[in-house]
Design a protein around this ligand. Structure first.
Ligand code: ZN
Ligand code: FE
Length: 757
């Protein structure tokens, strides 16, 4: 057999995930000579040997790669054999430009888990066990390139056994930067008032006992602190709600193992795979069990599996099988991740703190994915996913897109790869705003981008804080992309469909429109390359108090119902409270009145009519309540919702809602008919636009697309007549996905960009 040779370049997330040791083992197994190294663009490989062995190597390189590696591209070039002997891992190139993506954080792997509970292993019950297949990454990186000194592990010096593993190419811990063991690495302690429990297994056993006794525990995780308690203990859950000032927003759960998860929620095979994946997100799935006060007014539970050694140790030490595991914060503040800050902010919430010594470099919250009839939809993209690539985007220069102010997340495009940051929170919080600035700095430093070469893309909202951040880039060119066009573009950008012409449907709570009014129910025609023209929208309604109306469904209702005949809504069965009367008065005097086409506010109005007359305690609550109400009812006749001259008229829809409610029809049935009516109205409008423009694809995005009942009905109507519907799968449909659409339109679209100087 003739000797053949080739060079291979593997791109994607291939550093810090055990890729070189994998290549080393694969080459040795195929008796190939050559080398592997971390190069400028990814992992570079040279192999020489028997032709069939080289073929086998290339095949297995694709099929057997570590689960946590995210390969985007493998380029193979044939080379002349040069008589190499043996296979080696070479030092990284000294001229390395740090353009190789940093890996997201990874859940504990199966082999480390086995060692964690093997009494003979030197890391038996060690809370910081990890290897190149698993453990912290992004949450411990302080600078690039990624090596031990550039992580929060720099304070610990490896002992000789750890050092040996670290330098042994055959070891799973070869260049595992957070490598540690009980004799050289960080430990955990339990802090209970003035008492500190520190030695070995004690703190975990004590923590598990506290949880069993209904106490609230602050637990330091990968990217921040959690608050934990027994989810099946209503008193504990209630105490957590009271102390955290979180009245109704659902709590996430962590369950002991997959069988326990199956008992709690109905899981598809796809959802099970997600739960057990290295990203280990929170998965929202239909509940089988009702847990008091965990997720009020919802038929779903958000469930995740243990993903750090500490979590596994807690369950093994007898912690309750189902734990509330919610962000360590109060109310809507950002999650705490620095030790002193957490101790101060959570002092009145947690009965005790289970604290690991390894510092967290940056806040990375749990990711949230919903299992839907159309596959998984990511609602919060953070731990396990950030800062990995969300799309390939052929921009001619680096692009920084700043997203929206709610659910902030940024996108940086470098060398044709779009990197998505973690969820940064709502920029009205100073901490989140600072996190945005840190995130920008992190990404620009990691990829060595100078502001002068950068295109900065921002939302059109003049009052957004991200707009002010954009203005601080004095040397950069800037571009402005309208909110709802960015939503639509995000779906197409995920798929690399730059030129595809579609009908784009943006259904949203709020966003700044071209005319300065509040948009949120918009239909566009166009593509990323040519841009999106607004061709239809919801009929405008008055909005009392502008964006502030999002807090009071009756305030939204007052504006919409100004155009609909109604009985006295302050009387039964509506019983609207005084905010409604106050809003009516403002409408009469035309004080603080704005104009809106927001689908989110239309849902709020309907929710108010059907009984949600109190203020919301979290964003989108009234609409979620309305969907929950509707889900319990059977499918019925949809209410009418026609389109006239590019305006989708919701008046008949609300009129029917008012009449049926006044007549005493079941609120669930009414809510269902409202959903179906709006879905049919939107479907009819989309079909009319598809026909008028010769198109066969509809793109749907925006926060309201998270409403599964509305989306399913819309999709069913369109697919029945052969129109394809595309939604987000890589970035969230809510404002967390905006920055990808901004980057795509800013870099590839027709939008007018101008130097900010
Ligand atoms: Zn591992
Ligand atoms: Fe939005």
């Amino acid at each position: 057999m003739a000797t053949s040779a080739c060079t291979v370049t593997v791109r994607g997330v291939v550093q810090g995930v055990g890729f070189r040791p994998f290549v080393y083992r694969l080459a040795r197994a195929n008796t190939l000579a050559g080398w592997v190294l971390n190069g400028n663009e990814g992992v570079e490989i040279r192999v020489e040997g028997a032709g069939d062995r080289v073929d086998a190597f290339l095949r297995e390189l694709r099929t057997d790669a570590p689960a946590s590696a995210g390969i985007t591209d493998i380029a193979v070039a044939v080379a002349e054999p040069s008589g190499l002997e043996g296979f080696v891992i070479r030092a990284s190139r000294s001229d390395d430009q740090p353009r190789v993506p940093i890996s997201p954080d990874l859940a504990l792997c199966a082999r480390c888990l086995a060692e964690l509970f093997a009494p003979a292993d030197r890391r038996f019950r060690y809370p910081y066990i990890n290897c190149t297949d698993c453990g912290p990454r992004y949450s411990i990186v302080t600078r690039v390139p990624y090596d031990r000194e550039s992580t929060t592990m720099t304070a610990w010096t490896m002992d000789p056994p750890c050092e040996r593993e670290y330098h042994d190419p055959a070891s799973r811990r070869f260049h595992a930067q957070p490598n540690a063991c009980p004799s050289c690495g960080p430990g955990v302690m339990l802090i209970e008032g003035d008492r500190v429990v520190g030695a070995s297994a004690e703190p975990i056993a004590r923590a598990a006992a506290l949880l069993r006794n209904g106490r609230i525990l602050a637990v330091k995780g990968l990217g921040g602190y959690h608050l934990a308690c027994d989810a099946r203990n209503p008193a504990a859950v209630g105490a957590l709600r009271d102390r955290k000032y979180r009245k109704e927003k659902p709590f996430a759960l962590m369950v002991r193992d997959l069988p326990a998860a199956r008992a709690l929620v109905r899981l598809t095979p796809e959802a099970e795979a997600l739960l057990a994946s290295p990203a280990a997100p929170i998965v929202l799935a239909p509940a089988r069990e009702t847990l008091d006060r965990v997720a009020p007014d919802s038929d779903e539970l958000g469930v995740m599996l243990p993903y750090t050694p500490v979590h596994y140790l807690l369950f093994a030490a007898g912690a309750p099988e189902v734990l509330v595991m919610t962000s360590g914060n109060r109310s809507s503040e950002p999650i705490a991740y620095r030790d002193e800050d957490a101790r101060a902010r959570l002092a009145d919430v947690a009965d005790a703190f289970l604290v690991g010594e390894r510092p967290i470099a940056r806040r990375v919250e749990d990711s949230v994915v919903r299992q839907t009839s159309r596959g998984p939809v990511i609602l919060r993209r953070s731990r396990g996913y950030a800062p990995s690539v969300v799309a390939r985007l052929p921009a001619s220069r680096p692009v920084l897109a700043l997203g929206a102010d709610l659910k902030s997340a940024i996108t940086l495009v470098v060398d044709g790869q779009a990197f998505g940051s973690q969820h940064l929170g709502d920029l009205e919080h100073f901490d989140c705003w600072r996190a945005l600035e840190e995130s920008i700095r992190d990404l620009l430093e990691m990829y060595e981008i100078r502001p002068a070469e950068l295109l900065v893309v921002r939302d059109a909202h003049p009052q957004y804080r991200s707009t002010a951040v954009a203005a601080s880039f004095h040397e950069s060119e800037t571009a402005v992309v309208q909110h709802h066009r960015a939503h639509v573009a995000s779906v197409l950008a995920e798929r690399g469909a730059w030129g595809e012409r579609v009908v784009g449907l943006a259904l949203d709570g709020t966003g700044y429109g071209d005319d300065g009014s509040i948009w949120g129910g918009e239909l566009f025609v166009g593509s990323i390359r040519e841009g999106f023209e607004r061709v239809a929208h919801l009929r405008p309604a008055a909005l009392v108090g502008g964006d502030a109306a999002a807090r009071h469904p009756v305030q939204a209702a007052a504006g919409f119902l100004d155009q609909v005949e109604t009985p006295d809504l302050t009387a039964a069965p509506f019983d609207f409270p005084s905010e409604y009367t106050r809003s009516r008065r403002l409408l009469e005097t035309r004080t603080r009145i704005f104009s809106t086409t927001s689908a989110g506010r239309l849902f709020d109005a309907a929710a108010a009519l059907l009984g949600f007359t109190r203020p919301v305690t979290f964003e989108g609550q009234a609409a979620m309540w309305l969907e929950w109400l509707a889900r319990a009812a059977p499918e019925g006749e949809p209410y009418p919702c026609p389109m006239h001259g590019g305006e989708i008229d919701w008046r008949p829809l609300l009129r029917a809602t008012v009449e049926d409610r006044a007549r005493g029809r079941d609120p669930g049935e009414t809510a269902r008919a409202f959903h179906a009516g709006l879905a049919c109205g939107l479907a009819d409008a989309s079909v009319a636009l598809c026909r008028a423009h010769g198109l066969e694809t509809v793109v749907a995005s925006g926060g309201v697309v998270q409403n599964g009942l509305l989306l399913d009905r819309l999709v069913a109507s369109l697919e029945a007549i052969g129109i394809e519907v595309l939604i987000n799968h890589v970035v969230p449909p809510n404002d967390g996905g905006i920055s990808l659409g901004q980057a795509a339109l800013g870099a590839l679209g027709p939008c007018t960009s101008s130097p900010s100087r």
